[in-house]
Design a protein around this ligand. Sequence first.
Ligand code: FUL
Length: 479
Amino acid sequence: METGSDSGKKREGGIPDAAVKRAAAVVPSARQVAWNCMEFYGFVHFGLYTFDPSREGKAGAEIFNPAEFDPYQWVRAFKAAGMKGLLLTCKHHEGFCLWPSEYTDFSVKMSPWRDGKGDIVKEVAMACHAEGLKFGVYLSPWDMHEKTYGTPDYDIYFKNQLTELCSNYGDLFCVWFDGACRSKDKLQDYDWEGYYDIIRRLQPEACISICGPDVRWIGNEAGVSREEEWSVVPKEIMTTERNPGYWRQIDKVPNSTWTDIGSREFIQGYEDLIWYPAEVDVSIRPSWGYMDGEAEKLHTLDTLIQMYEKAVGGNANLLLNVPPNRNGLFDETDVKRLSEMGNEIKRIFSISQLDNASAADEKGRDAGAVLNKDRKQFYEAASDELPVIDICLEGERDVNLVTIKETIELGQHIEEFCLEVPADGAWREVYRATTIGYQRICRFPGIHTQLLRFRAIKTRGKTSLTEIGIYYDDKNRNL
Ligand code: FUL
């Protein structure tokens, strides 16, 4: 169910209502829904740069030798954090390939590691699949080493490598094309559509991220999410990201770094709207690749939990990078932090207050479908009216954390909502926010109540919710 025509034109004097209707009708593909449901997964930056702290790019394959390389250590650490997948930088901007590509010698096959007979990509993919993590590949379009870069021959080279990665390493959940290109003089005229064809043919379930049609960059690398996050945005956001020169016009051309790319006011100027959900990518350390002296600068547990709640609870997925060291292992500091993070996420959501709860809308229609985690069961408003859902708990309970999920399979519609509790014969608001989308995590000062009301304040047409979770965080984190 992919949407959008190809004109991509800005609409002069568009009618707001028409734009809102168009936005309300945009829905995700099945692969985008599956991707959203992954919520949290890990990035691994590993390459020649790991072994070359000077980062001058002059070193050759002879320095690549991760003596204790153990992808199971990475995979288990990611699983302990609660991640659902692993994305590996198979080739970063430096051009060095972690698999023995047929199309270049600048790879593991010229390294001393396993006498040039090893394949990092294969071992990582196998460890992921054996341990139940999804596997994804990062292949940098920008290549500082490959001589053909900047000419049509590079497209052939790139497509050959893409074909290798999409054919030899099992199912991929994502192919990640980085938009970064710091080269000023040598720009490639990439055949993006040709790349997408290869992926769709060989890996139909994989999302194509960043310089691709399925998943959008959040717009910063600091782990910062928008307060109002829309998965429906102008198609131009997608096409600008993949133009390596757009950084020079960053204030003029709509792109992922802009604060507002989805509001009613913003979209009314655009004819073509697409489903293009956001991903927050951030490193656990200051750098993406391993650097000495950064173990002391790991993000704190509080910061990581805050990033998690704002991203996964703010209609975005979280992609957290952890760089292996020169032995080919994560440092123990990082392994420990990942397990703390996983334990904390589990703890936060450990006290559900929903046992024997019931839910009904204002008209008395049963809304119990929101009280389970089955996405196929959902509550749908009868018309364009603003839904009000009352959840009745088994008795009076402590509550300070609520999760809400829209049925994104039907689109993203809620623009503003609040949560209320009964007080003195009326309703008292305890929380208010804008978008929900895949999920909103709502934190508020603790209340003691049997009834909790969800009330939509502003929507784009008919809304639908698939889940409302009600919890008590007994540490009452004030994030
Ligand atoms: C950026 C790259 O330049 C960084 O090295 C890193 O790979 C990050 C995820 O994307 O654009």
